[in-house]
Design a protein around this ligand. Structure first.
Ligand SMILES: [Zn+2]
Ligand SMILES: [Zn+2]
Ligand SMILES: [Zn+2]
Ligand SMILES: [Zn+2]
Ligand SMILES: [Zn+2]
Ligand SMILES: [Zn+2]
Length: 200
């Protein structure tokens, strides 16, 4: 069954994601540089995990793909970081886009308050409100403005002033970058794809 999606001019068909290589479960990572056919979701710019359901464009030569969950993203959300207004799902912002959470840019879906010029990657908007790291005794909570003088407890680099971060309320001085907090358990990489964070 084909669907049409507001973000793309061609109809999309469902398919099962398959990768052209097999994940190596062993310890031997010598072959990491072999060409891995990783496909990226055109909505959230994250990897399409092998075996998951997704949509792709029917047009030959068109590489547009979406996670099933990304095809079903609500057109409007409320987010704790900006309680005043709803954020609308937009595609390919026309202006210079800087994510309020991670300061990164992007070319795919964002949630945006156009009145306040607040933009979020959809992946950043779906970040868990707290994470538990094996190397820290307390849960880390998502904070919407970090202090630039703090250093990331995982990688040691300074946190970006004003960006989101994960921070320990108990210790007060332990925080991590968004991506560093998620960099922990390799087996749970799927957590970084949209949707699985809230439901399970
Ligand atoms: Zn996606
Ligand atoms: Zn297309
Ligand atoms: Zn972001
Ligand atoms: Zn607003
Ligand atoms: Zn870090
Ligand atoms: Zn702590």
């Amino acid at each position: 069954m084909m669907i049409s999606h507001f973000s793309h001019q061609h109809p999309l068909s469902p398919y099962q994601v398959e990768l052209d290589h097999h994940d190596q479960k062993g310890d031997d990572h010598d072959h990491d540089h072999e060409d891995q056919m990783i496909t990226i979701c055109s909505g959230c710019e994250l990897e399409l995990i092998s075996g998951s359901s997704a949509y792709k464009c029917n047009k030959p030569g068109c590489d547009f793909r979406l996670h099933e969950l990304c095809s079903e993203l609500p057109g409007e959300i409320r987010h704790a970081s900006h309680p005043q207004h709803p954020l609308s799902l937009l595609f390919t912002p026309r202006y210079d886009f800087s994510c309020r959470a991670c300061a990164g840019s992007g070319t795919a879906f964002i949630y945006s308050c156009t009145a306040c010029r607040i933009d979020l990657h959809v992946s950043c908007s779906a970040l868990a409100e707290s994470v538990k790291r094996a190397d820290h005794e307390h849960p880390l909570e998502l904070v919407f403005s970090s202090k630039g003088k703090e250093c990331c407890g995982v990688c040691g680099c300074s946190l970006m002033d004003g960006c989101w971060a994960y921070s320990c309320k108990e210790c007060g001085n332990f925080g991590t970058h968004l991506e560093c907090a998620a960099a922990e358990e390799e087996e749970e990489r799927e957590e970084t794809s949209l949707g699985s964070s809230k439901k399970e």
